[in-house]
Structures are given as structure tokens and as C-alpha cells.
Write a new protein. Sequence first.
Length: 134
Amino acid sequence: VTPDLTPERFAEEFPRAYIRFFATHPLYVRLIGYDLIHDPDNIRAMFAEVVAGLTLASTRNGMFAKFRRWAEEGRIRPVNPLHMMINIISLSILAFIARPLVEVMSGIRVESEEEFIAGRIDSVTALLKKGLLP
């Protein structure tokens, strides 16, 4: 975790990293669903790869400690760090699982994968900022 990391930068970079990862590795989305049930250790190894690539996650509990300190300083709303991370990850991965269902329900088909991904990143970032920042 870099000392200069701000809550705003976290809200922008972390969802972008996860969404881009899943967009680049679409088969991981299928593996995650399967492995969550049958082989959770495989999921741990996969996410260790994602986290290892993030400069803001250089220590195991670094992000959680940042959340706690930011909340104490009033820079973010008080949050449970575990739930915050689960929220970010689920918002990132669920887009790829639920998109076909939402396309059928809405009658709106995604025409451009890159526009969809960019829009998803913007949407998750905006939601995070509104929920996290005071």
C-alpha cells in the first residue's frame, strides 16, 4: 500500500483493476463460480495473482488498515473493510455473469465490449465514491 494512496484514487483504481482483469480473462469468471463450490483454494491463488499486480496492495492487510485509518481521519465513511472489498469484487465480477440476463430482461444488447467495460468502470467508481467518501 503506497503512503500517498487517497480514498479517491482507491475508488478509481481498484474497480478498474478488477474489471479489466475479468474482461481480459473471461474464463476466470466461469472458473470462479465452479471453484467457489468445488475448489476454493484455487480461487485464493487466482486472486493472489490479481492482488500481486496492484501497487496499492503490497501488504496483506494494507488496504484494510488504510480503510480503518481513513475512517478515523474522517476521509471516508466508517465501513467494514471485509464487506467493502466483497462489494467491490462482486460489482466487478457480477457484470460479466449477469450481463446476458440483463440484456434479455431489458432488450438492450451490448454492442461494444470496450464501451461496456469503460461504462462499468465509470459506474462502479461513481457508486464507490458516493458510498465511501463523505
